[in-house]
Design a protein around this ligand. Structure first.
Ligand code: MEV
Length: 317
């Protein structure tokens, strides 16, 4: 008989992709960092009867949750079937500070936190590969063809150099620079953006794959720039990546406006981050004062939220 706890929690954090979004889906490398400034917690408590869900979008029976929560329902069902448990007699409460659909990995993070909370509730050990496989059930519904990067990043605490299907390479990030993250306030459209690049690839494979390989080369250059503590080089690599992502059709006018604003205010480089077509952008600043100026300019230009992080350590605080 399993030992069932009365209440357990599972947590996960947001993530920021420095380089390699979209090209990572095609086997090119990406560099991403955990973003613990935004995080999520799922709490499971024992209640009798059908499973209840309590989150900002919905309170009630899980079985009657709205269709936009189908990835969440799928991950709960898959996890319960893996645990060989019946779907009843508990309540799921989700509290999150990760902005939804902003390229910060909120869909992966909720899945990671959910699987962790359920395994803890049924006192079952959870190996990393099982956690990531279950989270990718939800990611496949949310994104169509996920690289696995978001699930890896939102479950971990270290920067990663990530190539789809290969073991994660924890990445020592120590750069004399500041990262500014700005939220456009617009929902990103990762699923559509991933699908549109796949369509572009069907229509013009040479052109599309050239751009994808270029993004991969830029991610490799970014790795060298970080390892050699060359923020100016990293900035210029970020600028080029933004142009290539725009060429692939995954930027939009709001992101371009914020990227231009950051550059005009002294950024070493700036680009969209995550799926694009909304969501967030990032900018690199050489020092704290420039970072503050860029952050203020981004807010004036319409960003609904900004975060600034020193990159001088292994992780962002
Ligand atoms: C989304 O955060 C990142 C993408 O590269 C999709 C993926 O990696 O699955 C756009």
């Amino acid at each position: 008989m399993l030992n069932i706890s009365q209440s357990t929690t599972g947590t996960a954090n947001g993530k920021i992709i420095l380089m390699g979004e979209h090209s990572v889906v095609y086997g090119e490398p990406a560099i991403a960092i955990p973003f613990p400034a935004t995080h999520i917690q799922v709490t499971i408590t024992a209640v009798e009867g059908p499973v209840q869900l309590d989150c900002v979008y919905y309170q009630g029976n899980l079985a009657s949750a709205p269709t936009h929560l189908e990835n969440l329902m799928a991950v709960v069902e898959s996890t319960m079937s893996e645990l060989k448990q019946e779907l009843k007699d508990f309540k799921l409460t989700i509290k999150s500070t990760i902005p939804v659909e902003r390229g910060m990995g909120s869909s992966a993070a909720v899945a990671i936190a959910m699987v962790r909370a359920l395994f803890a509730y049924f006192s079952t050990p959870l190996p990393d590969n099982q956690l990531l496989a279950l989270a990718n059930v939800s990611e496949t519904i949310a994104h169509g063809n996920p690289s696995g990067l978001d699930a890896a990043m939102t479950s971990g605490r270290h920067p990663l150099y990530y190539i789809k299907g290969k073991p994660f390479v924890p990445f020592h990030l120590s750069l004399s620079a500041y990262l500014i993250v700005a939220d456009t306030g617009l929902k990103g459209q990762t699923r559509d953006a991933v699908a549109s690049i796949a369509q572009l690839n069907r229509e013009n494979q040479d052109k599309t794959m050239n751009a994808i390989h270029q993004l991969g080369d830029l991610a490799k250059q970014a790795k060298l720039a970080i390892e050699s503590n060359l923020p100016v080089l990293l900035g210029s690599v970020m600028d080029t990546a933004h142009e290539t992502l725009s060429f692939l059709g995954v930027s939009n006018e709001t992101l371009n406006h914020l990227v231009r604003t950051a550059r005009l205010n002294g950024a070493l480089g700036a680009k969209l981050t995550g799926g694009g077509r909304g969501g967030c952008m990032i900018a690199l600043a050489a020092d704290k004062d420039t970072a503050a100026r860029i952050s203020a300019a981004l807010s004036d230009a319409g960003a609904v939220n900004t975060w600034t992080h020193p990159l001088g350590d292994d992780k962002v605080e």
